[in-house]
Write a protein that binds this ligand. Structure first.
Ligand code: FNR
Length: 183
């Protein structure tokens, strides 16, 4: 049976470079690994007062993550950290206490930025949370995708052969990592 990969994109923007990168990774995923973007836009802000009466959007999101075998995060960097919408999704998935939907799921992080540093700060802030959430995180290759404004052609595909090869090696390494850390 194929393994289900929940793909979380840290940007809500229609023309998001991170969403293009996420779609490219889903297309490149090897046989047996089926990636699907799990949306986070609809999630009400996490509020501990609602733990007993969770909004339906929280419950549905937690269910999607629980059903996944692994999680791929593709995120921009906002002010050297992760966008608030992504942190909110992580917090929503982590509760109620002791019932985190993230627990034990193999994870990988790609950060994508039009800037030169490739979202390094966001990538590592995110890793800090994932360590606490007990998610075994792919270590290598690291994926800080800089200068992303010129990466994609008008159909949203990566034109540059070297970059495409890097994306392929990243998703292949993650597929191997998932197999090693599940079942
Ligand atoms: C940014 N951007 C940005 N880029 C970066 O490399 N480091 C940073 O710290 C920030 N900070 C930041 C804060 C805020 C509030 C915004 C809106 C933007 C620029 C960011 O990388 C750029 O807008 C990307 O295109 C966002 O990713 P998507 O939406 O294209 O996926």
């Amino acid at each position: 049976t194929p393994q289900n990969l929940a793909v979380i994109v840290g940007s809500l923007r229609e023309a998001s470079l991170n969403r293009l990168a996420a779609r490219q990774l889903i297309r490149l995923a090897p046989e047996g690994l089926k990636g699907e973007i799990v949306e986070i836009r609809q999630l009400p802000l996490y509020d501990q007062d609602l733990d007993e009466t969770p909004p339906q959007e929280w419950t549905a999101f937690r269910g999607r993550i629980r059903a996944a075998d692994a999680v791929l995060f593709v995120t921009p960097e906002y002010n050297r950290s992760v966008p608030g919408v992504l942190k909110n999704a992580i917090d929503v998935g982590s509760r109620p206490y002791g019932k985190s939907a993230w627990n034990g799921k193999p994870a990988a992080v790609m950060s994508v930025s039009p800037g030169a540093i490739g979202g390094f700060g966001a990538n590592h802030h995110l890793r800090q949370s994932l360590v606490f959430l007990n998610m075994p995180i792919l270590q290598q290759p690291e994926a800080y995708v800089g200068q992303a404004g010129t990466l994609f052609d008008s159909s949203g595909n990566i034109a540059d052969a070297g970059t495409l090869k890097f994306f392929q090696s990243f998703i292949d390494a993650f597929a191997t990592w998932i197999r090693r850390n599940t079942g």
